[in-house]
Design a protein around this ligand. Structure first.
Ligand code: SAM
Length: 347
């Protein structure tokens, strides 16, 4: 009985708003939902968990998102910017460890100019032509996205954050615009990137209806990658007094996303690993199939503090690949270090 709704979601890839509300509003479907999500991920990608080397290139940010620890108004945040040599050294170490995707993520740092992005992307692609470059540098003009793409970046992660404009506006200052965020995503898709979108689960004021609106936006955008994780409180932000997002709701949504987008690459995020010591493993079992361990230099890792207690050591570090591999295997999967392009991209 509890599996009927899950079966319908798996078959049709979608549900009515009422169906989604029913599925998300209770734990009654969880066992059937997670089992079905796991079946679909194994059908599409087997037991593979794709590893990506994450390099956090800058903690400077001109934006002021109310939830984020590196927002410009957080005067206590430590700021750093990696230079090209630092980034290439991380890639060299990562390549040696077997990584074949490098994710350059950072705050919206005007000092990390388009010229610098283009230069470092072309150097990475020239030195390691077998490797993919993913960027996650925030909102840019279409011309900038095109320049990065022409330099060899093929994937871009930009969470839409909130499909509902009012919710978006309650999470961001008025100089940031929902339209621009959405414009960026469609530009990226149009240019030919493999695009990643997504949202936090459980930031202040988010309701189930907001999450269903997120699912509808994703249905329209059809991203190749979908990153979701629990909202995590940072004590230096306007949301300091707000509770963390919910782990069970995040897992439920991961499974729903796997059934809606069988071919998507879906990470078990750092936030998931922070909210619970086995959060990543739980995420994998709910349908996630990517992990992005941290390749940033050790001395800056603690400075990219998006939320309190963000994990950086142990299996979180890209420099401990056997530790991570062992945990992934214990969960019933296998780490894979190939480029692992998303299915459906370029088709
Ligand atoms: N500046 C780029 C951007 O806006 O896409 C990339 C860096 S930004 C810090 C990456 C993601 O971190 C955001 O999309 C947001 O969803 C997530 N994030 C920021 N603060 C967070 C928090 N307190 N809890 C959970 N996730 C958070």
């Amino acid at each position: 009985m509890n599996s009927e709704l899950v079966r319908r979601l798996a078959e049709d890839g979608t549900l009515s708003d009422a169906g989604f509300a029913e599925l998300l509003g209770t734990d009654a479907y969880d066992a059937a939902l997670f089992a079905e999500a796991d079946r679909v991920r194994r059908r599409e990608y087997g037991d593979a968990v794709f590893l990506r080397g994450l390099i956090e290139v800058s903690s400077y940010c001109k934006n002021d998102c109310y939830y984020c620890g590196i927002r410009r108004s957080n005067k206590d945040a430590s700021r750093y910017r990696l230079d090209e040599e630092d980034i290439l050294a991380c890639c060299a170490a990562g390549h040696e460890l077997g990584f074949r995707t490098f994710v350059l993520q950072g705050g919206e740092d005007p000092g990390f100019t388009d010229g610098k992005v283009v230069s470092v992307v072309s150097k990475i692609r020239n030195r390691w032509p077998d490797s993919a470059v993913t960027l996650s540098l925030g909102e840019k003009s279409r011309a900038s996205y095109q320049a990065y793409f022409d330099a060899g970046a093929e994937r871009y992660l930009l969470r839409h954050e909130a499909a509902d404009r009012e919710l978006y506006e309650s999470l961001h200052p008025s100089f940031m615009s929902w339209e621009n965020r959405i414009r960026c995503l469609y530009d990226l898709r149009d240019i030919g990137y493999a695009v990643g979108a997504g949202m936090m689960v459980g930031p202040p004021r988010q309701t189930a209806a907001h999450l269903i609106a997120d699912l509808r936006l994703l249905e329209d955008l059809r991203p190749h990658m979908i990153g979701i994780g629990p909202y995590m409180t940072h004590s230096g932000t306007p949301f300091a007094g707000e509770p963390n997002g919910s782990l069970p709701m995040t897992l439920r949504l991961l499974a729903v996303l796997r059934l809606m987008f069988p071919q998507a690459l879906i990470p078990a995020t750092t936030a998931l690993g922070t909210i619970h010591p086995e959060g990543r493993e739980m995420g994998l079992k709910a349908g996630a199939n990517v992990i992005m361990p941290n390749l940033s230099p050790a001395d800056v890792r603690k400075k990219y503090l998006l939320y309190d207690n963000k994990i950086t050591a142990g299996p979180e570090s890209a420099y401990n690949p056997s530790l991570l591999a062992a945990r992934v295997e214990k969960a019933g999967y296998r780490v894979v270090l190939t480029r692992g392009d998303p299915k459906g991209w370029k088709e």
